[in-house]
Design a binder for this molecule. Structure first.
Ligand code: SAM
Length: 361
């Protein structure tokens, strides 16, 4: 295809068109993509930006994901678990700041027992008016997921990271005796009545543009409530971070290697908005880190309608280093909230009220 394929009706982009736009780098042409994604976002989910208060409850992890700074094998990480009372304080802060919902995230940590999480969920439900609770705790057994749903969790986030099976096995090793099947868990979550969310990293070494086009095609068919998209950020204390540095030094990239840049992530975000106009798409922390001054605003102008402000106390937040220099590590929850509110008013957008479920305009 030599001329730009039409962006046409949202939801109707062909696979070839998705690939074409992913490889496009002409700024004037890309303006068309940003405008189409922004229009689809406005028409399908409106101008409200849903704010979901994030609390990183533990950086313990049993897994060996080769991309992630808190992988079990990284001995340089000082591990922590946040006590239940602190989770409750964060939930109250979310309410005080007007955030409709709370996201509880951690490494895959079996020190977070089914019982502990159940008790925390029940306390949040009985002691605060938080409208919805999202969990993101990795590949937990079905019984844990069922118990937490019962105790008041509404949503669960589990990115499939890449639909390229060989690459996934390379970056996300199985646990002994247990094959990682995130697609199965996502279906199970939906059966249990959760709103399910997924997503990918953009620019993983070995991930091609064709492979990302296949990921976007999958989003179109998967019926997910939320889709998180962030650039892959190399962490030097991880095997994939070292592979990235070696490839960079030797210029050893596959012919169709995707990029882990702000521009690449925005293209994936915009095309995902066109493929799934009704989904909740966050302007992720990783995106705000590759362009510290404009990343988040660009995300919101190119398809995103969600932000997850970090409520984790600064001391623990510093130790939840999944990639280097996580944005706003040293800022208080109050300072983060203030800058997000300023950003929204500068863009003429409003903070969404309530749970902010899928398609909420
Ligand atoms: N343990 C849970 C899981 O695996 O779903 C939740 C926490 S995990 C740290 C959350 C997400 O962080 C992952 O799904 C991955 O996409 C992202 N992530 C981890 N390391 C990253 C890196 N180096 N660059 C960009 N994103 C990263």
């Amino acid at each position: 295809m030599t001329s730009a394929p039409p962006l046409g009706v949202a939801g109707a982009l062909s696979h070839e068109a998705i690939e074409w736009w992913l490889r496009e780098n002409d700024e004037a042409r890309l303006e068309e993509l940003w405008a189409a994604a922004d229009e689809a976002r406005r028409r399908s989910v409106g101008d409200a930006v849903h704010l979901r208060g994030l609390i990183e409850v533990s950086n313990y992890c049993v897994r060996g994901c080769t991309y992630c700074g808190i992988r079990a094998g990284n001995r340089g990480v000082e591990r922590y678990r946040v006590p239940a009372d602190v989770v409750l304080e964060c939930a109250r802060k979310a309410v005080e700041f007007g955030y409709g919902t709370l996201v509880i995230q951690a490494g895959e940590d079996y020190g977070i027992t089914q019982e502990w999480m159940t008790a925390v969920l029940r306390r949040i439900r009985s002691e605060t008016p938080v409208a919805a609770i999202t969990l993101s705790l990795g590949e937990r057994p079905d019984e844990d997921l069922a118990a937490w749903r019962e105790a008041g969790a509404d949503r669960y986030l589990l990115r499939f990271e890449t639909s390229d099976d060989e690459l996934y096995r390379h970056i996300h090793p199985d646990l002994p005796g247990k094959v990682s099947d995130r697609m199965r868990i996502l279906r199970r979550l939906q059966d249990l009545g959760y709103e399910a969310g997924t997503g990918i990293m953009v620019g993983i070494p070995g991930q091609t543009w064709a492979s990302i086009a296949a990921d976007i095609e999958l989003f179109r068919h998967m019926d997910m409530d939320m889709i998180g998209l962030g650039p892959y950020l190399p962490h030097p204390a991880t095997p994939l971070g070292r592979e990235f540095a070696r490839r960079q030094a030797e210029g050893d990239w596959p012919a169709d290697q995707s990029a882990n840049t702000e521009l690449a992530t925005c293209k994936v975000l915009a095309l995902t908005r066109l493929a799934r106009p009704d989904a909740n798409l966050p302007a992720t922390t990783a995106l705000s880190l590759v362009n510290k001054t404009g990343g988040r605003a660009h995300g919101l102008e190119r398809g995103a309608n969600v932000i997850m402000p970090n409520l984790t106390p600064p001391e623990e937040r510093e130790r939840y280093e999944i990639y280097p220099e996580k944005a706003a590590v040293h800022e208080t929850a109050e300072a983060i909230n203030e800058s997000i509110q300023k950003l929204l008013s500068s863009l003429g957008r409003t903070a969404g009220a309530g749970a902010g479920g899928r398609g909420a305009a």
